[in-house]
Structures are given as C-alpha cells and as structure tokens.
Design a protein around this ligand. Structure first.
Ligand code: SF4
Length: 346
C-alpha cells in the first residue's frame, strides 16, 4: 500500500517531494492544498505541474476518501460515514462516523479515532461492536477534509467512536497538523479531546498539547463506576482527577467532566454530593447528558426533573454544571448508532 500524504508534517511533505526527485517547495505546496485549502484531489492543485503530480502519485496516495453515507437531522446535525478500507484495521467490515453539529455561528465536528473500541463501556454502542482497528492520522484528518463543511468548521471534539488515548500516536499527529501554522492553523482552544482516562497517555497529552480536555466520569463511586466502565479497574477515576489537579486549568485550557444520567444508578443526592467532594476547588465544568436507550441494557435516562435537581445541587455548591442539549436524535447521532446499523447491513 502506498504511503499517505495526508497526516504528514511539512518537513515530511517536503521530504516526500524530494524523494520523488522534486524540489522541496512542492511539499510546501502540498501542505497548502491539503491543510489550508482542504482540497480532496490532485486535479484541484492547479499550481502544481502535471509532472510533479504524476511523480508524487506514483509513490504516494493523497489519503483523502469520500464518505460512504450521510444522514441529516431536522436540527441540522449531519452524520457522515466513512469506510475503513484504507485505514489500518483488522480486516473486518467496518465503518466510522463523523458528526457535524451546527450551533449559531459554530460548526463543531465530532471526530472518531478508532473503528469500534476496546474499552467496553456497557452503555455504549461503539463499545459493543468491539474493536475493528485504529485510524491513522489520514483517517482522522480525512473526516475534516472530505465533508461538505470542511472549510467552515469552527471546533472539533474527539468524542466520536473510539478512545483517542488508546490510539494516541495518530491522534496527537492529527492534532499537530490541526494546530500547526503550516497545517490547519487552528488554535488549540478550538479542540477538545474526550477520554475515559487512560492515565499514562493522559499525562502525555496534558504535557504536550494545549487543547481542552473532557473526562467521561459518569459515577463518583469506584465500585459503581466499575459496573459500567471496566477501565475503572486499571485507571480509577479518583487517580484521573488527582492527575488533572496537577495541571493548570484556570487559563486558556479547560477541563470538563461528562456525566451521563441513568435513572436509579447515578442520579441521586448521594452521587451529587460525592461529585462535589471529588471536584471541589478544581476549575472545571460538569456536563450532564441524557441517555439514549440502547437494546439489552437495563437503564434509561434520568427524568428532566431529576437532572435539573442534580444540576442545581452542583451549581449551588460551586461546581458549574449544565445539561447538554441533545442533537441529531432523529438520525441516531448518539454514539455509534449509525455505524452500528451500517455494520448490521453488511
Ligand atoms: Fe469506547 Fe468511549 Fe464507547 Fe467507552 S464510551 S466503549 S471509551 S467509545
């Protein structure tokens, strides 16, 4: 398989040009077309000679790939499906998804980092699919480039399929391209990485990147959290919070905690009070999330009233807490759903 240009650094693109007998500036032109202008094919690269393109394409693939399906919600949320054929994968049939969420003047892309996931969270459809492979940096960046809104995106969240810290080589490379002046030139403030808390890799992320962090917390009590999230055994959430306390979140970088509300599981005063104790003094925000029921899973979402009470209890005790609005429910934009259906159809 040919090496992909998408995902390469400027230096690597310049090196790729040289390896094809071309001048290094052709690599700079490639970075401009791929990352700044976000074109998807050789034909659009109008200032490059045909000979340069032929030499490059004999050795390299651009790495762009069109979506294989889309669905648009009545609220404007749009879901794209991409095949995983060109990505490092286990050879099984699979698809990954990217969800574009418009909100006033923001257009946020929810990005996948893996096909499926190894982490096995019980409430997650992606987790149920099992693991089908890591995306490479091209597979991650392609979600930004090969969609209709590619030039108008304002924000990105690594919150789609997969655990980004379980594929951190590709994820950090993609973030480097997104934030480099020769790349997309995005401010790190436009990007949030969401994780269940893979501690050693989380430390690396916090040491080397400046993007925001979201942590899937879901329950402050270790034994209860373990019921839903096997990761609690290897990386207890108490240790994740201790690690986060070692970093400064009072400036540009923010940390939030995701808390999906399950009726009768994690939504009473006992949980709210434990959460308040756990997060006291930390500059952070808690996002409460409605749960979209999935088959063969005993819990349903907490009621609106219960969620509001929980939110108010946190806010009254100095923890900023909001209820996240649900988007794209009519196209099953909830984690893993459309890709799950896609899998069943093949
Ligand atoms: Fe993986 Fe995230 Fe789903 Fe857990 S919630 S199984 S980490 S995709």
């Amino acid at each position: 398989m040919k090496e992909k240009l998408l995902g390469m650094t400027l230096e690597e693109l310049r090196g790729a040009a040289v390896s094809c007998g071309l001048k290094p500036f052709v690599g700079t032109q490639l970075a401009d077309w791929l990352y700044s202008k976000k074109v998807r094919g050789w034909d659009a690269m109008t200032n490059m000679s045909k000979a340069s393109k032929t030499a490059l394409s004999e050795r390299y693939d651009l790495g762009t790939e069109a979506p294989c399906g889309t669905a648009v919600s009545s609220d404007g949320t749009k879901k794209y499906l991409f095949p995983v054929s060109s990505q490092e994968n286990t050879g099984e049939q699979s698809a990954i998804e990217a969800v574009m969420i418009p909100d006033d003047d923001r257009r946020t892309l929810c990005v996948s980092s893996q096909a499926g996931c190894k982490m096995g969270c019980r409430f997650c459809m992606t987790g149920r699919q099992g693991f089908h492979g890591n995306l490479d940096a091209a597979g991650i960046l392609n979600q930004f480039i090969s969609i209709e809104e590619s030039r108008n995106l304002t924000n990105a969240v690594f919150m789609g399929m997969g655990e980004p810290l379980d594929n951190y080589g590709a994820v950090s490379r993609a973030i480097d391209v997104l934030t480099a002046p020769w790349g997309f030139a995005w401010s790190p403030k436009r990007i949030t990485l969401s994780t269940i808390g893979v501690i050693p890799v989380l430390r690396r992320y916090l040491d080397t990147q400046k993007c925001h962090l979201a942590v899937s917390l879901h329950n402050p009590f270790p034994e209860e959290r373990l019921e839903m999230m096997p990761v609690q055994k290897a990386y207890p959430v108490e240790d994740v919070v201790s690690l986060i306390r070692q970093y400064d979140f009072s400036g540009q970088r923010r940390v939030s905690f995701e808390y999906t509300m399950f009726a009768g599981f994690n939504d009473d005063k006992r949980h709210a009070d434990a959460l308040i104790r756990m997060l006291r003094g930390l500059e952070c925000r808690v996002n409460l999330i409605r749960f979209h029921k999935i088959p063969d899973f005993p819990y349903v979402s907490s009621s609106e009233r219960r969620m509001e009470e929980f939110r108010d209890r946190l806010n009254n005790n100095g923890i900023i807490c909001t209820i996240r609005s649900s988007r794209g429910e009519d196209i099953l934009a909830a984690c893993g759903m459309l890709a799950g259906q896609h899998l069943q159809h093949h």
